[in-house]
Design a protein around this ligand. Structure first.
Ligand SMILES: [Zn+2]
Length: 203
């Protein structure tokens, strides 16, 4: 753990941990322009997981920010965004993976990416790789042309110290990464910090 109760996720790696209902998770971009993929599973029944499709459907918007709920595949709210100093995140694209790097970048010996890092971090909780859905990609900047639907991955708008805070609306297992894709992070791999404030306790 580093200063101020912050945990660090090393570049191109990932972690998993639990939250209780009411706990607050702050994801911090310490250097700027670094994406963090976030997953949430119901801790008491891991068949319930964050759902991009349901969340975007109910929001009628693809860019989510302060006040927006993140729904599960069963239409329960798992997380709510309670603070956001950036206002641009992605909830369309799957976690980067060895296949991403092979297909998009042409890597012959690809890194396992956020997908592999999430799979490894979630394995101790009994969650297999085929159950990893679209993650909420904190700070990922994917502008979409409203007419054609064409999108591209642009540098994150986050600057050093920017953050997004979520409040757990259920008891959760969280997966969180420092993203491994060059394009998503404006060409360099940086760490991600996070801080947890437990329900009922002061920061
Ligand atoms: Zn990634």
């Amino acid at each position: 753990m580093c200063a101020e109760g912050r945990h660090e996720i090393a570049p191109r790696s990932g972690v998993a941990f639990t939250l209780d209902r009411g706990d607050r998770l702050t994801v911090i971009d310490p250097r700027g322009e670094q994406v963090a993929d976030l997953l949430a599973f119901n801790r008491h029944d891991t068949d319930e997981v964050l759902s991009s499709g349901r969340t975007l459907d109910y929001a009628s918007r693809i860019y989510l920010t302060t006040g927006d709920p993140l729904y599960s595949n069963r239409s329960n709210v798992l997380l709510r965004i309670v603070e956001d100093s950036v206002g641009r995140h992605d909830f369309l694209l799957t976690p980067c993976s060895a296949d991403t790097f092979r297909i998009i970048y042409g890597d012959a010996d690809p890194h396992r990416g956020c997908f592999g890092n999430l799979a490894a971090a979630l394995a101790p909780y009994g969650i297999g790789p085929d159950r990893i859905p679209v993650a909420f990609n904190c700070f990922m900047n994917v502008p979409v042309d409203g007419t054609t639907g064409t999108f591209h991955v642009a540098p994150p708008l986050s600057r050093a110290g920017d953050h997004i805070t979520f409040e757990a609306q259920a008891d959760l297992i969280i997966g969180l990464t420092a993203c491994s894709a060059l394009q998503s992070n404006n060409g360099s791999f940086k760490p991600i910090h996070y801080r947890i404030v437990r329900a009922g306790k002061a920061a």
